[in-house]
Design a protein around this ligand. Structure first.
Ligand code: FBP
Length: 319
């Protein structure tokens, strides 16, 4: 049986990076157990608190964030931490070399209805910038590793260190992630799209036109019938796309015109972009390659178009 550590060593990951990844996974195993316990563990429902995004925090948002933060702060290799649930960058260890950003529980509106959620993480190296917040503002091309842990019917780790994408299923009998797919490739074409259709009237004209052509099916200019999915958890949408292809979109919309999108660059879009590109797909904003976006702040939002190469190229070709 190939262990994750063996596989990461084969990918020439140094011991310090393997340590950081294993710290994330030890916290994720705890989160997975608590999710399976659900109401029995008293983890359902919301707190009175709001995070920096102005979202009401779920109890498990806070619990997951603390589990990950404590696990990472205990690593001598972690220099800084940034999280969806932390207003500011959190210092790690002076001698550390890695910066870790994470969304502790993506899709948290699904917790109380027992639908899939996940932890998304991205790892970069410090640039030595004494201003920690500035140190994090590196393009996604600087990621040395990225991945997510999907808490669904089974708990699955999907990870890349820039040498392809692999999937690992948590075997609760031994408490370890076991390799279940090491040649993840996204089909270039697809007949499946994901977008929150209830926002249609707020989309910009090019997105309105593209989605109208998807819905026109065989009689339309694209000439094929598309099916639609929406799980309201990016981690589950991306997992479906890594498994069978598709296109996922969360474009700009006029509900909050000043915001370029809903999803966050540093701990949602960039880690997913690295995974999708490593699996032969594409991830873009409405104007550029996601991994080349120059970040301006840790909780920055971006419009997202990702998935099967030919379909993403078509989606962003609408002007
Ligand atoms: P968080 O749950 O981490 O805030 O993530 C945002 C998110 O839930 C994405 O996972 C998902 O794709 C999107 O928001 C769902 O948005 P909507 O509520 O518009 O369907």
């Amino acid at each position: 049986m190939t262990t994750l550590n063996d596989s990461l060593k084969q990918q020439e990951c140094d011991i310090s990076l393997i340590d950081v990844i294993q710290r994330i996974l030890s916290a994720s195993k705890d989160i997975s157990f608590r999710l399976q316990q659900g109401a029995l563990a008293g983890i359902l429902g919301a707190t009175e608190e709001e995070n920096v995004q102005g979202e009401t925090q779920k109890k498990l948002d806070v619990i997951s964030n603390d589990l990950l933060k404590d696990a990472l702060k205990a690593s001598p290799y972690v220099y800084g931490i940034a999280s969806e649930e932390e207003d500011f960058a959190v210092p790690g260890n002076d001698g550390g070399e890695y910066l870790v950003t994470y969304d502790p529980l993506d899709g948290s509106s699904n917790i109380d209805i027992n639908v899939s959620v996940g932890t998304i993480f991205s790892i970069m190296k410090t640039t030595g910038n004494s201003d920690l917040a500035q140190d994090f503002l590196q393009a996604g091309t600087n990621q040395v590793a990225a991945g997510y842990v999907l808490y669904g019917p089974s708990t699955i780790l999907v990870i890349t260190t820039g040498k392809g994408v692999s999937m690992w299923t948590l075997d609760n009998r031994i408490g370890e992630f076991v390799l279940t797919n090491d040649k993840v490739q996204i089909p270039a074409q697809t007949k499946e799209f994901a977008i929150n259709m209830s926002n249609q009237r707020f989309w910009a004209e090019p997105v309105q036109a593209y989605v109208a052509d998807l819905l026109a099916g065989e009689e339309g200019p694209i000439g094929k019938r598309f099916n639609m999915r929406w799980v309201a958890a990016m981690v589950a949408e991306v997992h479906r796309i890594l498994t069978r292809g598709g296109i996922f979109m969360y474009p700009w919309d006029g509900r909050e015109p000043s915001k370029p999108g809903k999803l966050r660059l540093m701990y949602e879009a960039n880690p997913m972009a690295m995974l999708v590109e490593q699996a032969g797909g594409l991830c873009r904003t409405d104007s550029e390659r996601m991994l080349e976006v120059a970040p301006t702040e840790i909780h920055q939002r971006v419009p997202v178009f990702l998935g099967s190469k030919e379909e993403v190229e078509r989606a962003v070709s609408y002007k």
